[in-house]
Design a protein around this ligand. Structure first.
Ligand code: ATP
Ligand code: MG
Length: 336
């Protein structure tokens, strides 16, 4: 090597030139020490869904982590304003897509549109003119009874729309009307009917109005703003964008205040329906960013956090429930 520093330096560059042609036998520890990413850092168990986060500032190692290899897949990102929380959440979402994870984002600030378009995801801009999400859509056929599940959800949705619990007579009348609306659309408990175009909210209101029960007429009157009135924009037609992409973004910023609760409930329900089930397993990740409780749903997660969960049911590590508690129980922020 004497007087051959230039050749040595050029040979060390990633140019594939060997100007030295010196051979030396290494033992394994010496060779391992030449690996660029070794460090004394603790290592974590990584699986097929590991995500590279970047380089460790205080050592030579790279930071990679696989949330789905942990017992609990949830996380919360806390930092001062402008520190890079959104950047980190987006980076993880993008790199998770590479590993085959499906990602759903609840986006109250409308900051994921560009990212979504860049990767060909489905972007549901709720509250924008002409964007609709039909609560009667049946989920893709799987095991179980989607019609009953949908009917149960519609009970919850209607009570949120009316702003009060339904009571026994109201529930009975609503149940009759829901089934009548599906029947009218040719949809029954038979699997072969589940691909037919689902009914709309106005079909439910008509079924309620035709019911001789006075309670049904009262419910129909309560639904009028959502069918023919000022709140109808989300419901007056079939779903405009099917939320069935590898990345689905639900932008809630432009939802009018009066529709926030209903829109957020619909969003969460749609994410749930699109999630893998035991019949269609696979990893999925949902991210709830920014202030919770602006939605107005009673008991909505009060969070300023990412709300991820793995929705596979293939491994013993997968423990989650539909009514998963918020991962970050910060004090509820004041309503804006
Ligand atoms: N690792 C990074 N590399 C390069 N740029 C970054 C990185 N992290 C953050 N930034 C940039 O810093 C700026 C602020 O980041 P970001 O918007 O993610 O912060 P935030 O914590 O979400 O802020 P807020 O609390 O206001 O929502 C952005 O312009 C972002 O692109
Ligand atoms: Mg942010």
């Amino acid at each position: 090597m004497t007087f051959r520093q230039l050749q040595g330096w050029v040979s060390s560059l990633p140019l594939a030139y060997d100007n030295l042609a010196i051979r030396r036998t290494f033992d394994t520890p010496a060779l391992a020490a030449a690996f660029p990413f070794t460090s004394p850092d603790l290592t974590a168990e990584l699986g097929a869904t590991a995500v590279l986060y970047g380089a460790n500032l205080s050592s030579a190692s790279i930071v990679a982590w696989d949330r789905f290899a942990q017992d609990n897949h949830n996380s919360v990102i806390l930092a001062r304003s402008g520190a890079g929380k959104s950047y980190l959440a987006k980076l993880e979402a993008l790199r998770s897509l590479y590993t085959g994870v499906e990602v759903a984002v609840v986006d109250p600030e409308d900051e994921y549109a560009r990212l979504c378009h860049a990767v060909g995801g489905a972007y549901l801009h709720l509250g924008a003119p002409g964007v609709r999400l039909n609560p009667f859509d049946l989920p893709p056929a799987g095991d179980g009874d989607p019609l009953t599940r949908r009917a149960l959800f519609l009970h919850t949705l209607v009570s949120v729309m009316l702003g009060e619990p339904l009571g026994h007579a109201g529930k009975a009348a609503l149940d009759r009307a829901i089934l009548a609306a599906y029947r009218q659309a040719g949809i029954s408990y038979e699997r072969r009917t589940w691909n037919r175009p689902p009914p709309l909210l106005r079909d439910l209101a008509e079924a309620l109005a035709e019911d001789p029960d006075p309670k049904a007429k009262e419910l129909a009157a309560g639904l009028a703003p959502y069918v023919t009135g000022t709140h109808r924009q989300l419901f007056d037609g079939p779903t405009t964008t099917r939320p069935d992409s590898h990345l689905v973004v639900f932008s809630l910023r432009d939802l009018p205040e009066e529709l926030k609760a209903v829109g957020t409930l619909l969003t969460l329900d749609t994410i749930w329906d699109a999630s893998p089930t035991p019949a269609t397993p696979g990893p999925a990740w949902s991210s709830w960013t920014k202030p919770g409780c602006s939605c107005g749903i009673p008991k909505a997660p009060a969070s300023c956090c990412a709300w991820p969960r793995r929705l596979a049911s293939t491994g013993p590590a997968c423990r989650w429930s539909r009514r998963m508690p918020p991962i970050c129980s910060l004090p509820t922020p004041a309503r804006r």
